[in-house]
Design a protein around this ligand. Structure first.
Ligand SMILES: *Cc1c(COP(=O)(O)O)cnc(C)c1O
Length: 498
């Protein structure tokens, strides 16, 4: 199977080359030339998450051997890394509604599912393509991605990972997660400034031609860990199938039934994997796209107009605070029958005018497949409170956006198709907001740690072990630097004279 760009370059790449390149030179995203189909009855017989993962990955990563794929899967999705043998277990809320928990990995967030395996796929891709340079991953993070990337690349052969986060710009728990990071090839720095400062500095490092040349001469090349790499997308198809398998096993529905998914959405990576799962043969009726107050996707799906010229809100579901959902490009490409010229035109309009409108044919296809709505912070907190009170289930802020939107869907459509809500983070990652949702504003200035333990005491919902033990861990990465010194630090790590 070959991969090509959504913007029309005639280059065709193998899967391993696609994973190495990340983004296409013409600015487009790589997509498979065709989406493979699989026999759903066959898939339904599989027992282990790892077996489903093998089947899906094998269909897409055709230049990897069976042994290579198995090695990556067994190393990524094992009991050391994931605290559930199901990897992505379901919690049955009621007969029609279950929650697929995607946060049982080492950093308690859904990004672990992709970032635990993607570095292994990259390391093998390097060997396959005779890339001798060491790959240096640079990440600017406002919190969750940095930690998930650190854990994913930790001790992966031929790679180093360096994460920069804004000093005073991440939560106490997120900061501790990053500064206590173990591993021989992991580095993290607090940078004075806000997230934009850090992100812009990392961008300018990627674009610094002289620096990149110097790195190459010393046997290093820079790469990013961001979510548009195909290697991050393909592992996400797996839990759509595995949710279905678990639903069948628990007699929530039978083999003739359709199912729906609700996806708390930011960059459109997660829900796009659901679209591919449907194309592969999973009987999905609707993909329900849930947004927070940054509801650019709700408007797009409902009107066919994508308009990023709008106010940006900082919400209690920060991983969904996004106004440009990059992976949407892959969907538009697929639904427009691979019309790269048309996609390039739309993406240029987005860049230059801040908006685009899709044609009616494309819009009606999108409306058949997707349904979209959004929830603000007040509704989200109310839903966390309600579900804990009524169902004794503690939602995280992102998942609660999904749950709120699902209830709007039911009340508007009366569609009671069995539904899975994808849960993208453990609630304790967002302890302050969860505390406020359950008990109101804390009376005096309590630390995030105090609140975490207080929630546990009052709700009896257990804190995941890695979060509980954070306070006892050694601080390994102590540096607080100015953004002007980021390059120096990188050179120092790589042993290059500045
Ligand atoms: C990244 C993330 C999302 C958004 O997923 P996309 O693939 O970007 O749509 C939602 N919730 C959490 C907790 C996340 O970390």
């Amino acid at each position: 199977m070959f991969y090509k760009s959504t913007r029309g370059s005639d280059k065709k790449l193998l899967a391993s080359e696609t994973i190495l390149e990340g983004l296409s030179e013409d600015g487009g995203l790589f997509v498979p030339e065709q989406i493979p189909t699989i026999n759903i009855k066959e898939v339904s017989k599989l027992e282990r998450y790892q077996d489903v993962a093998f089947l899906i990955l094998k269909n897409f990563l055709t230049d990897y051997t069976d042994d290579e794929i198995s090695y990556c899967i067994e190393r990524a999705y094992n009991f050391d890394k994931f605290d559930s043998k199901f990897v992505a277990p379901i919690f049955i809320l009621n007969k029609n509604c279950s929650i697929t928990e995607l946060w049982h990995g080492p950093t308690q967030a859904f990004k672990d599912i992709a970032l635990q395996i993607m570095p292994l796929l990259l390391s093998i891709a390097k060997d396959k393509n005779n890339v001798k340079n060491e790959i240096v991953i640079l990440v600017a993070t406002s919190g969750d991605t940095g930690k998930a990337a650190l854990e994913g690349y930790r001790d992966v052969k031929g790679t180093k990972i360096i994460v920069f986060f804004p000093h005073n710009g991440v939560s106490e728990i997120q900061r501790l997660q990053m500064v206590t990071q173990e591993g021989t090839n992991t580095f993290s720095f607090a940078v004075k400034g806000n997230f934009d400062d850090v992100q812009n500095s990392v961008k300018s490092i990627f674009n610094d031609i002289i620096l990149n040349k110097k790195l190459l001469q010393n046997g290093f090349e820079l790469s990013s860990a961001n979510s548009i790499n195909w290697g991050r997308l393909v592992p996400q198809i797996v839990y759509y199938f595995y949710s279905y398998i678990q639903g069948l096993k628990n007699n929530l529905f039978d083999i003739n039934s359709e199912i729906n998914f609700v996806v708390p959405t930011g960059n459109f990576g997660n829900i796009l994997a659901g679209y591919y799962a449907k194309k592969m043969g999973l009987p999905v009726k609707k993909l329900i796209c849930a947004s927070n107050s940054n509801n650019v996707l709700t408007d797009f799906i409902n009107t066919g107009i994508y308009n990023r010229k709008r106010k940006f809100y900082k919400t209690i579901s920060p991983s969904m605070d996004i106004l440009i959902s990059s992976n949407l490009e892959r969907l538009l490409y697929d639904l427009s029958d691979s019309d790269a010229g048309y996609i390039s035109k739309l993406m240029n309009q987005l860049k230059e005018k801040g908006e685009y409108k899709i044609n009616n044919d494309l819009h009606s296809k999108i409306k058949d497949l997707f349904w979209a709505d959004w929830a603000d912070d007040v509704e989200t907190k109310e839903q966390i409170y309600k579900d804990f009170k009524e169902n004794n289930y503690l939602l995280d802020t992102h998942t609660a956006v999904g749950r709120t939107v699902y209830l709007k869907y039911i009340s508007q459509t009366k569609d009671f198709t069995p539904t899975f809500i994808l849960s993208t983070a453990n609630p304790y990652k967002f302890s302050i907001s969860i505390y406020e949702a359950l008990f109101g504003k804390p009376e005096y200035d309590k630390s995030e740690f105090d609140l975490m333990f207080e929630i546990e005491e009052k709700t009896k919902v257990l804190i995941p072990a890695p979060l509980r033990s954070l306070k006892e861990k050694d601080i390994i990465h102590k540096s607080i630097i100015n953004k002007e010194h980021m390059v120096d630090e990188i050179l120092k790590i790589l042993g290059i004279k500045s």
